[in-house]
Design a protein around this ligand. Structure first.
Ligand code: ADP
Length: 478
């Protein structure tokens, strides 16, 4: 048995304490999965009001008289099923609003990263980590502080959950964030004439991961690299893609209380009851012979939601129904509401975020469409696989890595789990819809695809093994 590793996971969100997206899910789920691999994780979060409330009785393990403009304390305790450190710095984090709705984000997350680097260097004797794992731009300075401090340090790993968010700040001086002048430069924190937090992490961490192998390749190209591809190519030998998993206790069709009827892979007949319930709940006609497509998504350009609207006729002409749950871009919301008005009983739109309805759509729809223009990993298609709703996805990022396209060869050899299309255009999406409708015409074949989809391993176990390996290698390469 390998030696137990201690990892400090540093992030701006962790489910269930703070979450705005997939980052929070991953940071919240990894510790339990890693424990089974002999890795002990402490998670460090900013002391937002919700985190402080959950840690009401925690003890202070370090006190800063002044940290970037005000007193601060480091608290240790447990909350939300996580072993936590929280940075209680009221001048930075005791605020209402979302975690990123603030003009002084550069200072807030520099202070947070400084404190995380201090924990990395052993400021808290009871937990001295072997590895510090940073997530996204908010913690990109952690590897930088540890690098420029000099002296003994833990190994560092940074994970990119979405390269679109980079934390590039103009008008900030190195002095303000406590870095030495020689940190300025192409090998340091300088990024197109400003300070780049994610860039700093990518330049200085011992290892880099991102959330799928295909996204790792895409972000290393000029088309997908969003200005950072040159650096990522330079660091290719330490970059790897590790797929996310989904929480298989929350997303389990055999125990899911949001469903009208629970079901297992071998007994999918109960899906019919969910389809009936979904139609009733969303006001769709009770037409058993119509294939039912679902969407559960943020309504944004990234997610290709405009393509669903543009190719709606393809679904309508094919006799299908469409159930949409989502919120986001106001223009897209209005356009889906309008589509539902124009096709009553055949298109239904629920504007908002609704966990229960998301589960019912996964358990009742025949297919789930995810036509993303880019998708670092994507969770919706993994939920769809687990629930036997065949994913119809763009061949990008994690969508490419988790779905096996139902081409003739894949269907014949029994490995297909959904439908993929590329490039991400209306024409190709329309073609994918026609292919899906044609697959659906053959119930026996459709059932085989469903069974195979539901057998896909979407758990965290395999990913946790890969993270554990990266941690061990990062210590060896340091
Ligand atoms: P992203 O993090 O980019 O939004 P992911 O596919 O990685 O996309 O994760 C999104 C998660 O949020 C999925 O589990 C999806 O089911 C869920 N989700 C998205 N929109 C809604 C909504 N309107 N209501 C309920 N759940 C939603």
């Amino acid at each position: 048995m390998a030696k137990t590793l201690r990892v400090l996971s540093v992030a701006s969100e962790a489910f269930p304490l703070a979450k705005t997206g997939g980052l929070g899910d991953v940071v919240g789920a990894l510790p339990a999965a890693l424990l089974r691999e002999g890795v002990v994780v402490r998670t460090m979060l900013p002391g937002y009001p919700a985190v402080m409330a959950a840690l009401a009785s925690a003890s202070a393990v370090h006190v800063y008289d002044s940290l970037f403009g005000g007193p601060a304390r480091l608290l240790a305790g447990q909350a939300g099923g996580l072993d936590l450190f929280a940075l209680d710095a009221p001048h930075l984090f005791a605020r209402t609003g979302g975690p990123y709705d603030h003009a002084d984000n550069a200072l807030r997350f520099a202070a947070f990263s400084r404190a995380a680097a201090d924990v990395g260097k052993g400021i808290v004797a009871e937990f001295v980590p072997d590895v510090v794992h940073a997530h996204d731009w908010q913690t990109g300075l952690v590897p930088a502080y540890l690098h420029y401090d000099g002296g003994p340090r833990p190994a560092t790993v940074i994970t990119v959950h979405n390269l679109a968010f980079q934390g590039r700040f103009d008008g900030l001086t190195l002095d303000t964030i406590g870095l030495p002048w020689h940190a300025w430069g192409i090998d340091g924190v300088e990024y197109y004439g400003a300070i780049g937090y994610l860039k700093a992490g990518l330049a200085l961490a011992d290892r880099i991961t991102t959330v799928s192998p295909t996204y790792a390749a895409e972000i290393s190209t000029p088309e997908g690299g969003m200005g950072l591809d040159g650096l990522l190519r330079h660091r290719a030998s330490v970059l790897s893609g590790i797929l996310n998993g989904i929480d298989d206790a929350v997303w389990n069709p055999a125990t899911d209380r949001h469903l009208a009827a629970r079901f297992e892979a071998g007994h999918r007949a109960a899906r019919v009851a969910n389809r009936v319930a979904l139609r009733a709940r969303m006001g769709l006609d009770a037409t058993p012979e119509a294939p039912l497509f679902g969407v559960v998504s943020r309504l944004t350009w990234q997610k290709g939601m405009d393509l669903v609207l543009a190719e709606l006729a393809e679904l309508m002409d094919g006799g299908a129904q469409l159930a949409v749950l989502g919120s986001g871009d106001a223009g897209l919301e209005a356009a889906f509401v309008d589509a539902a008005r124009r096709h009553p009983g055949r298109v239904a739109m629920h504007v908002g975020y609704d966990e229960g309805l998301a589960h019912l759509i996964q358990g009742g729809a025949d297919a789930i469409v995810v036509p993303s223009r880019f998708e670092p990993c994507g969770l919706t298609q993994m939920c769809a696989l687990r629930y036997g709703a065949l994913p119809v996805v763009a061949h990008v990022g994690g969508l490419a890595d988790t779905v096996v396209d139902a081409n003739d060869a894949a269907v014949a050899s029994g490995v297909a789990t959904g439908v993929q299309f590329f490039p991400v255009t209306g024409e190709q999406f329309a073609f994918a819809i026609r292919r899906t409708l044609s697959l659906w015409q053959d119930p026996a074949r459709w059932r085989r695809l469903q069974a195979r989809a539901m057998a896909t391993d979407v758990s965290w176990q395999h990913s946790a093994q890969q993270y554990a390996r990266v941690y061990r290698e990062s210590m060896a390469n340091r």
